[in-house]
Ligand binder design. Sequence first.
Ligand code: PMV
Length: 329
Amino acid sequence: MAKSISASAFGKVILFGEHPVVYGRPAIAVPVTQVHTEAKISFMPNPSVVIDAADIGRHYVLRDAAPDDPIATITRLVCDKLGVEPKNFSIHIHSTIPVARGLGSGAAVSVAIARALAKYFLTTEVAESTAGRKKISPPSQVKLTNEVISALAYEVEKLHHGTPSGIDNTVIALERPVYFQRDHPVETFRVSRPFLIAIGDTGIASPTKIAVGDVRHGWEKERDRYERIFDEIGVIARDARVAIERGDVTSLGSLMLKNQDWLKQIGVSSPEIEELVDAAVGAGAEGAKLSGAGRGGNVIALVDEETRAYVERAMKRAGAKRVIVTEIK
Ligand code: PMV
């Protein structure tokens, strides 16, 4: 009985609070539904697990994977949680989320695989052909909630960089705007007036681990200054949440610009980011800032129906490799 089951996960952007969120301050992140990762699980008579991530040119067998391989790790964690042995299936991954650009590609891969494996083992019996005889293994009895999937994906995030805040796996597993603070219960919240964000890609891959590591070195050297900046950004994230809940979209623009200034001061902006921020604001965006780890990755800009086309064009002229406009709701 051959079968295939697919599941997917959206990308995300951090609107406010990246970096200080690693140090316990609040941050806001939202799903980006224009990009996603899809994982397909297919039954295989061969008793191994084959991983095929053609987008990144990788094709390998689970048992040969390195101990810190993210795809192998989430596969083992999920199978363990479901109480099933990882064997007799293949995993195909296809993603439209660019890697290392602050759009949550790593967490989306983990969440998509977890959802697909959960669906595969929960909903259907798996028939194995053993020496010509059909043996039916019962479906797993364990249900994976979004919270459990988020927690498993968090384990994998630790492989990407040692001290993840957990915001990426949370927003991607919950698929809702989140107000996230480490070691606090996750809060989802209401966007009372939907608004538009243009996301411009600098085209520069920026591994989160390096930017987070550099911020840590800065913090170790100048702890008081960094702590003060983290507090300022934390207040911005709190104010932004209030503004979003009240439908006070116009004040978000100046909060974004303030947040960007502080991010510059902790050294995670870059000339390419600054160019996109300036281009977006010059073309009519109410505010703009980097999103994610910085140094490259994406710049987000607050636009509306009138300014979106101008901002998109200006960001492209200033070097953006692509611009996505997404509605936050
Ligand atoms: O993984 P990225 O690029 O979306 O950035 C994550 C945001 C940081 O605050 C820099 C790190 C973290 O773990 O929250």
